[in-house]
Write a protein that binds this ligand. Sequence first.
Ligand SMILES: NC(=O)c1ccc[n+]([C@@H]2O[C@H](COP(=O)([O-])OP(=O)(O)OC[C@H]3O[C@@H](n4cnc5c(N)ncnc54)[C@H](O)[C@@H]3O)[C@@H](O)[C@H]2O)c1
Length: 448
Amino acid sequence: MPDTTSMKARLLAKIGDRSAVTAVIGLGYVGLPLAMEFCEAGFHVIGYDVTQRVVDLLMSGKSHIQDVPAAQVAAHVKSGKFVATTDESALSRADTVSIAVPTPLAKTRDPDMSYVIAAADAVARRAHPGMLIVLESTTYPGTTRDVMEPRLEKLGLVIGTDVFLAFSPERVDPGNPKWHTKNTPKVLGGITPACTEAAAALYGTCIDQIVRVSSPEAAELTKLLENTFRSVNIGLVNEMAIVCDRLGVDVWEVIDAAATKPFGFMKFTPGPGIGGHCIPLDPHYLAWKMRTLNYKTRFIDLASEINSAMPDLVVTKVARALNDDRKAVRGSRVLVLGVAYKKDIDDMRESPALDVIRLLEEHGAEVTYHDPHVAKYTEDGRSRVSVALTDDVLSAADAVVIVTDHSSVDYARLVAKTSLVIDTRNALAKTAKSRARIVSLTPTAPHA
Ligand SMILES: NC(=O)c1ccc[n+]([C@@H]2O[C@H](COP(=O)([O-])OP(=O)(O)OC[C@H]3O[C@@H](n4cnc5c(N)ncnc54)[C@H](O)[C@@H]3O)[C@@H](O)[C@H]2O)c1
């Protein structure tokens, strides 16, 4: 029978003097920055990932995540502080394990928990007394208690005395120059107060501010509230764009004017739809959980309905604009500008550009794309390559659709060289009008 007081005390001491070995499961957008922060804090870090390509890349001192410099990975690999591996047995050496594996949706829009379950099984095979386990993957409230806890208890380990279990949502915002893993406050909630204390001690070594909540469920729900808040507010401004379009009012002018209110208003902007691994998916984890409790989350469903209809609206705008030029969509050359889900990043998971391209092609358009951050991608088995934004490409296009407003694009040249631009992001607001006819999500007001 292990000495329970000393189990926690020993873990806290190891965290304190950095002799604890920390492990991160899943080395993607969330896990790799976290692993680097643990290294920076002075820990030895095991990065466990099932993808050999990712492990090989990291061990050769490269980075596949835009926000993590290769030099940082290379330095920690060279010093021996960071080891990436596909060998699950390495987890046996870990004192702490943070899990950051994907939580996608199944085709039915129900949670796909297979990655979390696989990671939980791996941890259970390697767990030992004195270990701290923190789930970071965004998931429905109850996951830590329902999926993680029984696997550890089955081993005869008592949570809060032998092992420590908590949930702490990741809030990483890819491409955000100001807020990153270290300076974004971290919410966490343990199964017991001792679990919260151990998790707070670990994350307190490398994250500026720790926010403790009373349970894993509160921490799980915090993340879902944050992302549902974004989804609902984006849904609201997208509906406002539809309203403004029907009323013949410039939605951007209205939003900018409303945003001058110093209190009680927060600015969100309309666009071609939502993307990324969070906003389109996370609210559905909550909606699913509530369905199991016989409650329908109406705000979530409505926002999702409006946001997922935006690519259709964009394609309707393209079709009408081509029609004004006496052209059919079928056979028209349409250049999609920007396929990443938001500006200045290379992540195109769930990007609305994929829907815009698919719908345009279903209507018979010949679609190409340019994205300074996405040189190529494969979707449904079909590979595409970004075309260079040459004068010839611009003048040959019947229409250019700005889906993502990357900063590095020369918009003045775009409007000078092409004939028709459908601007879904208000990217051309500050560009002097020249040759191109510009169609926005709503009519645009003349500048006051
Ligand atoms: N990307 C974001 O902006 C973001 C922000 C906040 C929270 N999250 C959440 O964090 C979690 C991870 O997201 P991500 O964007 O980092 O995912 P990702 O796809 O970038 O990375 C996940 C990694 O986990 C690995 N993996 C999958 N199954 C595994 C297993 N069983 N064992 C070990 N490794 C495994 C994959 O190979 C991959 O490298 C998700 O729940 C997501 O919702 C993501």
